[in-house]
Design a protein around this ligand. Structure first.
Ligand code: KIV
Ligand code: ZN
Length: 503
């Protein structure tokens, strides 16, 4: 029989303590509803005594969000416990979470109290909360830096006082997996009534070990994990929900006979919602939910993934709600991924056309970080609709500004000869076109000129479409480049070649 890990989400409480991540009531409700769809077991919706707004947010979440247990945080003080209970009592399964620091550092400097006093306060608070709410959780704050014997004593006493869950926080993210595993094992082995409560963990990420510490605890008997979406939280954040859930699921050979109620297909959606509403961006290389988590750029990796996905992917993107593996076409990509993308775009090219298009793609990839489908379409359209290149652009130079007359020098290959021509014009494009006209002498007239960006970002590919007319013929030309003057010249050269071909 599987043992269940309770996923306790504290995005709306500890996550919201992340500097700059505050949420209004409606945003909290929207996130809480999505967390319920995700399938978390407990939502810690806030710290009701901390402000009237937080109280109202927890109350509304408790009233409106069905499914998970709704929890409110309280210090070991009667008015906090009353506020927490009054906010969560509308939930079908309300929970009050009481915390009190137990480490020497916190007792001496923050609370200025001795161990005996702390023990009494903890027990009294749990008993008081238990009279109001049937589900009470207790956290000995800074547990990982608490004297071990004292920690056992506190855990035992609060379980006797009625705590159903005892949460062991690594409040300052100081612990390491081996040490934290020992703390949890120590509690399991030394607290006589430990089987009457669920042992929970709550790890911060100051050393980047929040997830590792939580998982080490699970392997040593913790059955509730407190975590946040995207690892949001105080300072460096809390252990990330998506990383914990996907590790337990992906490595079920390590986390044997353990189950969770999470619908992993909702992970990505939840992550994006939390990021959008808190205004906290997700780093692209973030595990599970980062934009690059399922993206491959190098030719070797792309080739491997195309042959067999599991060569370079340990999870299916669809399992976390991501639409699919992304093969990013960039300068490290190879022919296999290039051909595959062309075929997905509906192109069937001959081998020599593919070779030429691949060469063009590599040239562009040196100028641009990512090559989008539109870039490929532009490249391939130019390759397929090829007409003899009687005229070919080799180089161009322009001078332009608001106080000089724009001028251009063009180096072209025309009729097998390398020719250089210069001209001034109304603008740099006009100057380039006039310089070309001096050489080819077809008396063409520019009838239409349009420019559009076919990709996004500052390094976008600009596409120029033009129409030129000459002696009763009208032809169009297209050119694309990250440089709009170059795209304009290419469009003109393309149109001129069509005109010459017609003649
Ligand atoms: O980090 C911590 O110790 C906490 C407690 C309130 C559980 O957030
Ligand atoms: Zn915390």
């Amino acid at each position: 029989m599987d043992e269940k890990i309770i996923i306790f989400d504290t995005t709306l409480r500890d996550g919201e303590q992340c500097p700059g991540a505050s949420l209004n009531i409606n945003e909290k409700i929207e996130i809480a509803k999505q967390l319920a769809i995700l399938g978390v077991d407990v939502i810690e919706a806030g710290f009701p005594i901390s402000s009237p707004g937080d109280f109202e947010a927890v109350r509304r979440v408790a009233k409106e969000v069905k499914g998970p247990s709704i929890c409110g945080l309280a210090r070991a003080i009667k008015k906090d416990i009353d506020a927490a209970y009054n906010a969560v009592k509308y939930s079908k399964c309300p929970r009050v979470h009481v915390f009190l620091a137990t480490s020497k550092i916190h007792m001496k400097y923050k609370l200025k109290k001795a161990e005996d006093e702390i023990l009494k306060l903890a027990v009294a608070a749990v008993k008081y909360a238990g009279k109001r709410c049937s589900d009470v959780e207790f956290s000995p704050e800074d547990a990982s830096r608490t004297d071990r014997e004292f920690l056992y004593k506190v855990v035992e006493a609060v379980i006797d006082a009625g705590a159903k869950t005892v949460n062991i926080p690594d409040t300052v993210g100081y612990s390491t997996p081996f040490e934290f595993a020992n703390i949890i094992r120590g509690i399991k082995e030394n607290v006589s009534n430990v089987d009457r409560a669920i042992i929970s963990v709550h790890c911060h990420n100051d050393l980047g070990l929040g997830v590792a510490n939580s998982l080490a605890a699970v392997l040593n008997g913790a059955r509730q994990v407190e975590c946040t979406m995207n690892g949001l939280g105080e300072r460096a954040g809390n252990a990330s929900l998506e990383e914990i859930v996907m590790t337990i699921r992906t490595r079920n050979d390590v986390f044997r006979n353990i189950s969770m109620g999470i619908n992993t297909k909702e992970i990505f959606k939840t992550s994006r919602l939390v990021s959008k509403l808190t205004g906290m961006p997700v780093q692209p290389n973030k595990a599970i939910v980062g934009a690059n988590a399922f993206a491959h750029e190098s030719g070797i990796h792309q080739d491997g993934v195309l042959k067999e996905r599991i060569t370079y992917e340990i999870m299916k993107p669809e399992d976390v709600g991501v639409t699919g593996t992304k093969l990013v076409l960039g300068k490290h990509s190879g022919r296999h991924a290039f051909k595959e993308r062309l075929s997905n775009l509906g192109y069937t090219l001959k081998e020599d056309q593919i070779e030429k298009a691949f060469g063009r793609f590599k040239e562009l990839a040196d100028k641009k970080k990512e090559i989008f489908d539109e870039d490929l379409e532009t490249i391939v359209d130019e390759e397929i609709s090829k007409i003899p290149e009687a005229l070919k652009l080799e180089h161009f130079y322009i001078t332009s500004g608001d106080s000089i007359k724009p001028s251009a020098t063009i180096k072209i290959k025309f009729g097998g000869k390398h020719v250089e021509s210069s001209s001034s014009g109304d603008g740099p494009v006009d100057a380039c076109y006039k310089a070309i006209d001096k050489v080819i002498k077809i008396g063409g007239k520019l009838l239409d000129y349009q420019i559009k960006s076919v990709t996004s970002g500052k390094d976008a590919l600009g596409e120029v479409s033009i129409k030129i007319g000459s002696k009763g013929s009208v032809v169009s030309g297209r050119g694309a480049s990250t440089d709009i003057i170059e795209a304009s010249i290419k469009a003109y050269v393309n149109a001129v070649n069509k005109l010459l071909h017609k003649k």
